[in-house]
Design a protein around this ligand. Sequence first.
Ligand code: SF4
Ligand code: FES
Length: 248
Amino acid sequence: MKLNLKIWRQQDAKSKGKMTDYSISGVEGDMSFLEMLDVLNEQLINKGDEPVVFDHDCREGICGSCSLMINGEPHGPDRMVTTCQLHMRKFSDGDTIVIEPFRAKAFPVIKDLMVDRGAFDRIQQAGGYVSVNTSGNTQDANSIPIDKHDADDAFYAAACIGCGACVAACKNASAMLFTSAKVSQYALLPQGKVEATERVQNMVRQMDLEGFGNCTNTGACEVECPKGISLENIARMNREYYSASVKG
Ligand code: SF4
Ligand code: FES
């Protein structure tokens, strides 16, 4: 396949970026989207040009590092896959592909297609954990009965990989789907109930401090999420938040 690429190039956080055109040939349908960018970068390096900077780590859909806006969609045209799992067979010979970074005030561009998603780390640090008593007298988790549906829903919420596609998809750049997944994975389990009140308050406060927008229920986040995180988590987080506010 021969493809035309329009890629966002930006020297650093302070510079003004712009779209740059590239032409690439020899792209195989079995290549992943990131492998296609690897080929482009090899060509650029061989010509003495600067390669395109993009984020990646596991390349198997679990770390949440890859984060490209492809033809206006976070993680591209396929459903329930990350950019690293997107295959070039989804495109046709001669296609033009527009590649941009995830855009949100809370995700500033570091360089080219790489953005700083440290805001997610800080939301997680504000309460996305359970304080464990390691005195040696802690009850064995396997001896605490948990309703099967609650266990399943907690597991589905925990599947969030923190990629940020939900923010990039949202016209308000809201981080409600991410934050609600991180709240829900604990809210549903007895181990998470001890710190539930301060957890939801602290995580929502941090989310607002980071400059993410409000949720207006468009549902774009759920559609673009590569891990199928459900909007039900946002409803659960709202209930947790109101209940925490009443408790003070
Ligand atoms: S909710 Fe989905 S889209 Fe948002 S960070 Fe988690 S995995 Fe990514
Ligand atoms: S590189 Fe890890 S999810 Fe894509």
